[in-house]
Write a protein that binds this ligand. Structure first.
Ligand code: SF4
Ligand code: SF4
Length: 495
């Protein structure tokens, strides 16, 4: 066992209002430079929809992530040898049409136009060519329209639902969408890192943040293809790739990332996880149905005396262990089993997690009147987003995990309704708690963290100290090539 610490985030999707404040905070801070106009290190998509860049989930098109095979997982893109052979031609990159041509407006025309009969107009101007252009796409082109047939139909996850479910999803009274905020997942088995022929990408040992070394990047752009989440972008001005840095300069001074700090819905939770670096390869090789369980098992119990002792021996600072014990991410992921990884089947072992939206049909329109559903479980089986769709997003197709999460989320809602409104049948509620495998005590904890948590409960990460990172890198076990330590030190050196 080789224990490492990882900063991790949970997004509670039921709380996201799709305001894009997170995206703008990130853009203002990091990507308002020339060459970064089209970069959205944080973006918020409407689902069902095709996302940004278009169809990023379609690995038939982009070849991102790892393939599952009898032997250890290999990159879908190509092996190291093939990467050198194909270094001058990579056909699996998103094109400008998959992103959009960034533009501004000719604002000066509003002031400088000569006197005339008509109001002056600020025309859109391409930020690449400087010429006037027609706007045909943008970073949130399908914002709030994702649920409509025209955009939802192209969503790769729609392949998982039945014809009947698809028909129901597009019925006017059931039509639905929800928001999916996305940043780099700071994966344990990053496709971007493995695909880079220049060894420019590395993962920091002390907090697991994945970074692109700007001095080493040679613009091959294999990382852009290798990342199945399309969260590395190429800066056409500097000729280097760039990506989300999880605001490490802010975190090193005890501040949360800008997206977290600005989040209006308070949907984000940032915390530490302790994990076993020796199990990365084994976890990435699990069959689809075992991936979510494998993700929970690679994360270690921060209260276990054996884990605490070994973490100390492996150079994890005491403050990181304490932070892992207070981690809201550990609670959502392991203790309550409510948080799920995004597309675990890409096998990069993403370290950001999502509590899926619970959208039960609790009422229906009959004869023009709104009528409540009779049965709790009927409402759950009838969720407006089918379990198969959410399973395609979060559990590699295992609907039973989604149903288990939904039951618990629904139990929380009805338990609290019984307390505050008092119109829930006690026997039915007891049966729901039993089915959801939860207790009133656990429900109160979940409710507290979801609805009432203070800033310090949602952000439980200590300031990082770079000198400790250097110690971790100089760990003698790492120099000897001990498997787990070697893995991390290779990552730090960029393989
Ligand atoms: S999500 Fe981030 S760490 Fe994971 S493969 Fe993509 S760029 Fe790399
Ligand atoms: S700021 Fe928060 S609530 Fe608003 S879109 Fe971003 S994640 Fe959602």
């Amino acid at each position: 066992m080789k224990i490492r610490a990882q900063v991790s985030m949970v997004f509670h999707l039921d709380k996201c209002i799709g305001c894009h404040t997170c995206s703008i905070a990130c853009k203002n801070l990091w990507t308002s430079r020339r060459g970064t106009e089209y970069m959205w290190w944080n973006n918020v998509e409407t689902k069902p929809g095709t996302g940004y860049p278009t169809l990023w989930e379609d690995q038939g098109k982009y070849k991102g992530g790892w393939k599952h095979g009898k032997e250890k997982p290999g990159l879908l893109l190509q092996g190291r040898a093939a990467a050198f052979m194909n270094i001058f031609f990579n056909p699996f990159l998103p094109s400008i049409d998959d992103y959009y041509e960034p533009w501004t407006y000719s604002y000066r025309d509003l002031f400088d136009s000569p006197h005339g009969e008509d109001q002056p107009v600020a025309m859109p101007v391409s930020e690449i060519t400087g010429k006037n252009m027609e706007i045909e796409a943008g970073p949130n082109w399908d914002d709030d329209l994702g649920g409509s047939y025209i955009y939802a139909a192209g969503d790769p996850n729609m392949k998982a639902v039945t014809e009947e479910e698809r028909r129901q999803m597009f019925e006017l009274e059931r039509m639905i969408f929800f928001y999916l905020p996305r940043i780099c997942n700071h994966c344990l088995n990053p496709g971007c890192l493995a695909a880079c022929p220049a060894g420019a990408i590395y993962k920091r040992a002390e907090d697991g943040i994945v970074l692109v070394g700007q001095d080493k990047c040679r613009a091959w752009r294999m990382c852009v293809s290798g990342c199945p989440y399309k969260k590395v972008y190429y800066n056409w001005e500097t000729g280097k790739s760039e990506k989300c840095i999880l605001c490490y300069p802010r975190q090193e001074t005890g501040q949360p990332p800008a997206c977290f700090h600005s989040c209006v819905g308070r949907i984000r939770y940032l915390g530490m996880l302790l994990y076993d670096a020796d199990r990365i390869e084994q976890t990435a090789a699990l069959p689809g149905s075992g991936l979510v369980k494998g993700f929970r098992e690679i994360v270690l119990d921060p209260f276990d005396p054996g884990v605490i002792k070994k973490a100390g021996e492996d150079g994890v600072p005491e403050q990181a262990i304490k932070a892992a014990q207070a981690s809201p991410v550990y609670k959502y992921l392991v203790k309550w089993k409510l948080a799920l990884p995004l597309h675990p089947e890409f096998r990069t072992i993403p370290m950001l997690f999502y509590v899926p939206s619970l959208l039960p049909v609790t009422a229906s329109v009959r004869n023009g009147l709104y009528e409540p559903a009779d049965e709790f479980f009927g409402a759950l089986e009838n969720t407006r987003v089918p379990a198969a769709y959410l399973a395609s997003l979060f559990t590699a197709g295992d609907s039973s995990e989604i149903v288990a999460v939904n039951k618990k989320l629904y139990a929380v809602r009805l338990f609290k309704r019984a307390q505050s409104v008092g119109d829930v049948d006690r026997k039915k509620l007891d049966r729901l708690l039993e089915e959801a495998q939860t207790t009133p005590e656990e429900i109160e904890e979940i409710y507290q963290m979801t609805s009432l948590a203070a800033y310090r409960e949602r952000f439980a990460v200590p300031p990082f100290m770079r000198e400790q990172a250097i110690e971790a890198m100089e760990d003698p076990a790492a120099r000897k090539g001990d498997a787990g330590a070697g893995f991390i030190s290779k990552m730090k050196r960029g393989w």
